[in-house]
Design a protein around this ligand. Structure first.
Ligand code: CAA
Length: 257
């Protein structure tokens, strides 16, 4: 299906989505989000895809929600038509998504990176929530996910002053899992996603769900939730195959069953 604001392709078992509005530094408008939702749905329902990569351009992962699209909106417009709600297509995905961030990840751009499961940053990456400079504040999860990722002090400073973090600070703070040279970013993100996509898909999906629940539940409830999901992997052929392959000193042949 042809898209205007994104490009998609499948490489092996990895679905790759590239944000592609270069003239607007990949600012996120309604059309882009609609296309993103369609692409994610496609990869989610494709048995040949085990993980996804979301990336942008060298200059910008995404410079935020489209300010020009938001400019004329009134309070009643955004209450009646919650334009952020469709962005949740990313956080609802059950297959893992690796964000490969080069250049600016600002406002909604930082927020969609945080909706992904793993963030790899190029050494050129800049993360920020500059909405306060526009007379508003983050509206796509930034005030909730950023403090969970980097702690209250840094999150508060970023949200209240609009200060950006470079890649080193973002890695130190725990917002990104690793920094790689910009030229190697996509290859590295594809390798991470391919490694995930080689594993047993039901276990990958349950592992993702279990880690995500750590943000919703008490430790005790979270441990119980994890235990039940862990036990349920003993009902899969893949769990038996994985352990048998280890004992036989060979690579497992997972069937996603
Ligand atoms: N929305 C719409 N257009 C944007 C945009 C955005 N978020 N960010 C950049 N653009 C456009 C610019 O208007 C410009 O278009 P024109 O050529 O037509 O003028 C083009 O992209 C290139 O941008 P710049 O000329 O500004 O490039 P630069 O290299 O000088 O600066 C930048 C880069 C620092 C990222 C700067 O573009 C910038 O500050 N962008 C806005 C960042 C921002 O405030 N993001 C938060 C948006 S609000 C939000 O996201 C709400 C939410 O939580 C959901």
């Amino acid at each position: 299906m042809p898209f205007n604001c994104i490009k998609t392709e499948t490489r092996g078992r990895v679905g790759l989505i590239t944000l592609d509005r270069p003239k607007a530094l990949n600012a996120i408008n309604a059309e882009l989000v609609g296309e993103l939702a369609t692409a994610l749905d496609g990869f989610e329902s494709d048995d040949g895809v085990g993980a996804m990569v979301l990336t942008g351009s060298e200059k910008a992962f995404a410079a935020g929600a489209d300010i020009k699209e938001m400019l004329a909106k009134e309070f009643v417009d955004v209450v009646r038509h919650d334009f952020i709600q469709p962005w949740e297509c990313l956080s609802r995905c059950r297959k893992p998504i690796v964000a490969a961030v080069s250049g600016y990840a600002l406002g909604g751009g930082c927020e969609i990176a945080m909706m992904c499961d793993i963030v790899l940053a190029a050494d050129t990456a800049r993360f920020g929530q500059p909405e306060i400079l526009l007379g508003t504040f983050p509206g796509a999860g930034g005030t909730q996910r950023l403090p969970r990722a980097v702690g209250k002090a840094k999150a508060m400073e970023m949200v209240l002053t609009g200060r950006m973090m470079n890649a080193e600070e973002a890695e130190r703070a725990g917002l990104v899992s690793r920094i790689v040279p910009a030229a190697e970013l996509l290859d590295e993100a594809m390798k991470v996603a391919a490694k995930i996509a080689e594993q047993s898909l039901p276990s990958v999906m349950m592992a993702k769900e279990s880690v995500d629940r750590a943000y919703q539940l008490t430790l005790d409830e979270g441990i119980r939730f994890e235990r039940r999901l862990f036990q349920s992997t003993f009902a899969t052929e893949d769990r038996r195959e994985g352990m048998r392959a280890f004992a036989d000193k060979r690579k497992p042949d997972f069937k996603n069953r």
